[in-house]
Each structure stands twice: as structure tokens, then as C-alpha cells.
Write a protein that binds this ligand. Structure first.
Ligand code: 16G
Ligand code: ZN
Length: 535
């Protein structure tokens, strides 16, 4: 109690600030975050006690600028914090800096959740390369230690590395421990094995990676070294010159549809950008007409689904396996059409935010999910893993069937199933392109995107907008959806929606149509309606 009390005194709560635990945890300017970290140390301790398992605390503001930071909790299987606990996080943060008030709430939670004071707690803490990160991590650590919690201090890590590490500690099948060497060995061995299984004598074209001046740059050097005999990887924006996420990184490339600074694009036929904590990935290249072309999250869904359904067919497992793609409303309409009608793979649409996609993907034996922004992964059910293993070892099957089953089995090891992992996704993408003999141009030519436009609307109260149907329709304010429907109906292949942002105090508008001019026009018309009905 005394230790907590002095921490509360050392890092007092900023006045008049309400922060909500959103899809990205708590995120704000780094200098106003210290007091939040005390609450996070307490909350993580309680979560660990309840789950009787190790939980994670990741300190990062992902693709935001260097001056920001953030924090989120990771549950025992490496997944996002359970939603009911977001409420406890928010309540803790509304409480004043009074140790008695805070302790009363902790005791209430302990009774409610049946936590005994002597239950053990263990937390793994990691952070990205922001200057503010070590201090914030030390506050979480001191708060948790005040409650006798055991700390594993991972220091610098990508977000997906910590998700994976936490799962390792809680899963006996994954050795019950994590080392960075094991993590890279798992990914790189799977990569090499998939290459060895292929008879092709083709070689890899080199890959230029824009690492957003973030933690990914440091971690990618391991992959570059281990795979040096297979693929040449050149890392740009590696933190030696530029600023974190400044005119570079996956978010910048996707939003501005522009090449990042600091990368000699013309020297490469294959380039990609990851974001500041290495959980998003976007590929791009310059085409023969000198145009900048981009491959976003929708394209990864298509590529991964294509590869996995092909291998399921070759292994004669396709009919026994439920494979599906999970998208959000931001997925380009043409990608959805292509997956459903050409690839004959089912598609589900869920609200924005990784936790929603991840949750839905668990409904499938092979659940592929990507947000258009490049965050995504693939989940494989235990049943699928057993089936593939059995098929790969079944002497009654043909060699081709066994090989395909073995390729799926190996591919599973190349994926970080806990969360979108840009490093794992780069390796998976490279392997698929290699095995299917594709280059970026051929991959892009699977289908043409519908032109789209995204706009922001500043409003007094964004909560006035309420959505249903995976954010594709509005039920409040009254008449907004009717007006949107009326506008959309004037545009062939038009589609549009509005939703309140979960990370900024704004409303977002999305529109797509047959031409860029029409998509722009539709977005602006809807923007005006939102302004009229809300402000
Ligand atoms: C957060 C989410 C991301 C989502 C974005 C939407 C996680 C880990 N991150 O960054 O998935 O796309 O928010 O932001 O879930 P918005 O609500 O401002 O559009
Ligand atoms: Zn990120």
C-alpha cells in the first residue's frame, strides 16, 4: 500500500482527462500517460491472478508519432484483453489518486472475481523504441511489484512478439517458455522448409523493407541474417536517420497512397512497409507505366486464401475443412466479390478493430483475417492441425497429397496465430509468391480495386452516430441512413458508410464507386449530410 501510495504521489493524475480503453488500449501523448501506468500495473496483476496465468503489457503507440505512446494488455493465449475487462480498466482510470479509493475498488473486484490475496501473478512487459517507453514500463513494473507480482522484463519487442511470448509461457505445447532465438528460428525454419519442398530452381528477387524507423528494423536484422542464403532483404528507415513513423511506415503508405521517404523505390521490384510496432504490413511497387501500386490487407487475404485453398484441394482435404475470410466494411468491394465469387471462399464482415476480426476467425478451421490497413493473420483450428498432420503421414495417400498436407503443416509454423505480425506476414507472403510463381504485378492483377475515398468529419459529439450490421448501417441519428442510401443509389456500384472513430474525436466517411471522381463526390455529399445532421 505504501509503495502504491508513493507512486500515486510521484505520478499524479492529470486533471480533467478521461481516457477510454479502446481498440488500441490507452493511447495519448506520452507525457500525460504515467499515471495510467499505475492503474495498468494493478489491472494486469488482477488479470493474471484471475486467469492463473501470465499476461502481457505492451507499451506502444503503433503508427502514431514519436511524441505519443500507449499501453494494452495481452491475455494468456496471446489475444487482446477480454472486453469485460475494458470496463474495469476504464473505471480504474476514472478514480482519483487516493490510495483508499483505489484500494476499495481493487478489493471490490477481488471479491467479485473471487481472487485470493495470495494468488500468484506474473506479467511480461515489453515496449517499442519510443524514448518515453522505458519510463512508462518502469511505472507499470513498480505498481505491479508493489502487489508482489513477478515481472518478466522483455524490454524491446514488436507487439506481435509479445503476444506470441505470452502464449508460449501459458502453453505447454509451446515449451512453456519464450526466447527470441526460438521465435525467429520457428519462422525462418518454416520458411526454409517450404522452399526445400519445392522443386523450383527460381531465386528470390530482393525485398526492400521500410521499417518506419521502429522496433521492426532491429528485429528484422535477425531474419535478414538467418535467411541470407535464400533472399536478400534490405532494410530502410531503420532508425539511424529519420523519425519514427515520420513520412514512412505502413499507415503512411496506405493513407497517402504514396511511397515512404528514404527508400530507393526504383531499384526494387518488391517493396513493403511495416508500422512502428511491426503489426501492419503493406506491399508496393512501381509498375511499367511508372505508377505507384499498392497491395494492402485485402490483397493478403486473397493471396493467403488462394494458397491455402489450393493446397487443401491438392491434399484432398478441401471438402472437410471450413475456410473463410474475415474483413471489415473498409475492405474494397471488389476483393469481397473476388473471394466469394471467383475463389468460392466465404467472407464474414465484422466491426473495425483486431479483436472483432480475430474472434470471428475462430469460427473457421482456417480463418484468414486482415484489415485493409494491413493488420492480419491466419488462425488454424486444432481439428485442422490434426487432419493435416494425419494426411501428411498417411501412406495410403499419393505423394502429391502428402506434400500439399505437409506444406500446409509447415505454413502453420510460419504464421503468428496470436495477432497480425508483419515479420511473419512478410515471410508468408514471400513464400506464397515463390511457390505460386507470382510477382507483385500478377498478384495485383487478380482483380481491380474500386476507387475509394475516405474523409473525416469533425463533430461535436461522435457518439451520436450509432451503427449496426458491422458498421455498414446507421441507426442514429434519425434519417442519416436514408439520406446515405439515397445518395448511394445514384452511383452504379456505389457503396458508402459512416462510423465514429474509436481512436480520434471524429466521424469517418467511406465511399467507393466506379470512378475516382464519383467516389470523391459521393464521400463529399455524405460528409455534408453528416455535418448537417450532427452539428
Ligand atoms: C486501432 C485498431 C485497428 C483499427 C483502428 C481503427 C487494434 C489493435 N487496432 O488502431 O485495428 O483499424 O483502431 O481506428 O485493434 P478508427 O476507429 O480511428 O478508425
Ligand atoms: Zn501497429
Amino acid at each position: 500500500m505504501e509503495k502504491l501510495k508513493s507512486l500515486l504521489h510521484e505520478y499524479p493524475k492529470s486533471t480533467n482527462i478521461f481516457m477510454g480503453y479502446g481498440t488500441a488500449g490507452f493511447r495519448a501523448r506520452a507525457d500525460i500517460l504515467p499515471w495510467i501506468m499505475i492503474r495498468i500495473g494493478i489491472l494486469a496483476t488482477l488479470r493474471s491472478k484471475v486467469k492463473r496465468a501470465c499476461v502481457g503489457v505492451m507499451i506502444t503507440a503503433s503508427h502514431n508519432p514519436e511524441c505519443d505512446n500507449g499501453v494494452k494488455l495481452i491475455d494468456p493465449h496471446g489475444e487482446m484483453l477480454d472486453q469485460t475487462w475494458e470496463v474495469y480498466a476504464n473505471t480504474l482510470c476514472t478514480l482519483d489518486d487516493d490510495i483508499n479509493i483505489i484500494w476499495d475498488y481493487v478489493e471490490t473486484l477481488m471479491i467479485q472475481l473471487n481472487i485470493q490475496p495470495n494468488d500468484e501473478a506474473i506479467i511480461g512487459i515489453a515496449y517499442d523504441i519510443r524514448q518515453s517507453s522505458p519510463l512508462l514500463a518502469s511505472i507499470v513494473k513498480r505498481a505491479a511489484q508493489a502487489l508482489s507480482t513477478t515481472i518478466m522484463d522483455f524490454e524491446l519487442m514488436t507487439t506481435p512478439q509479445l503476444h506470441y511470448a505470452i502464449r508460449c509461457y501459458n502453453d505447454d505445447d509451446l515449451n512453456g517458455k519464450y526466447t527470441e532465438a526460438d521465435y525467429f528460428d520457428k519462422l525462418c525454419t518454416a520458411f526454409q522448409n517450404l522452399i526445400f519442398m519445392t522443386s523450383s530452381n527460381k531465386s528470390f528477387e530482393s525485398l526492400a523493407i521500410d521499417a518506419a524507423n521502429g522496433i521492426g528494423a532491429i528485429k528484422l536484422t535477425h531474419v535478414r541474417r538467418i535467411l541470407a542464403n535464400f533472399i536478400r532483404i534490405d532494410i530502410y528507415n531503420d532508425g539511424t536517420k529519420g523519425l519514427l513513423n515520420d513520412k514512412c511506415g505502413a499507415d503512411y503508405v496506405k493513407i497517402y497512397q504514396k511511397a515512404p521517404d528514404g527508400l530507393p523505390l526504383k531499384n526494387y521490384s518488391k517493396c513493403c512497409s511495416i508500422d512502428g510496432d511491426a503489426d501492419r504490413l503493406i506491399y508496393f511497387f512501381i509498375d511499367e507505366n511508372n505508377q505507384f501500386r499498392i497491395l494492402d490487407g485485402d490483397r493478403f487475404s486473397v493471396l493467403f486464401a488462394l494458397f491455402l485453398s489450393l493446397k487443401l484441394q491438392e491434399a484432398k482435404l478441401f471438402d472437410d475443412v471450413k475456410i473463410g475470410v474475415v474483413q471489415t466494411a473498409y475492405a474494397n468491394g471488389r476483393s469481397t466479390d473476388y473471394i466469394i465469387n471467383t475463389m468460392k471462399v466465404s467472407v464474414a464482415c465484422v466491426p473495425t478493430g483486431v479483436k472483432h476480426l480475430h474472434h470471428k476467425a475462430l469460427d473457421y478451421d482456417i480463418g484468414i483475417y486482415f484489415e485493409a490497413n494491413g493488420h492480419g493473420t491466419v488462425l488454424f483450428s486444432d481439428d485442422l492441425k490434426s487432419k493435416v498432420k494425419a494426411a501428411s503421414e498417411d501412406p495410403k495417400r499419393t505423394e502429391k497429397e502428402r506434400l500439399a498436407a505437409n506444406q500446409i503443416r509447415t505454413f502453420i509454423n510460419l504464421i503468428n496465430e496470436t495477432v497480425g505480425d508483419a515479420i511473419a506476414d512478410i515471410l508468408a507472403t514471400e513464400v506464397i509468391l515463390f511457390l505460386l510463381n507470382l510477382n507483385l504485378e500478377k498478384w495485383l492483377n487478380f482483380y481491380d480495386d474500386l476507387p475509394q475515398r475516405q474523409l473525416k468529419v469533425a463533430v461535436k459529439d461522435r457518439t451520436m452516430i450509432q451503427t449496426i450490421d458491422a458498421e455498414r448501417r446507421c441507426i442514429a441519428p434519425a434519417h442519416l441512413q436514408d439520406r446515405i442510401d439515397e445518395l448511394v443509389s445514384k452511383y452504379p456500384s456505389g457503396r458508402a458508410f459512416v462510423r465514429p472513430s474509436s481512436t480520434e474525436d471524429i466521424v469517418r466517411v467511406y465511399a467507393e464507386a466506379i470512378t475516382q471522381i464519383e467516389a470523391d463526390k459521393l464521400a463529399i455529399e455524405i460528409q455534408k449530410v453528416v455535418e448537417e445532421l450532427i452539428n
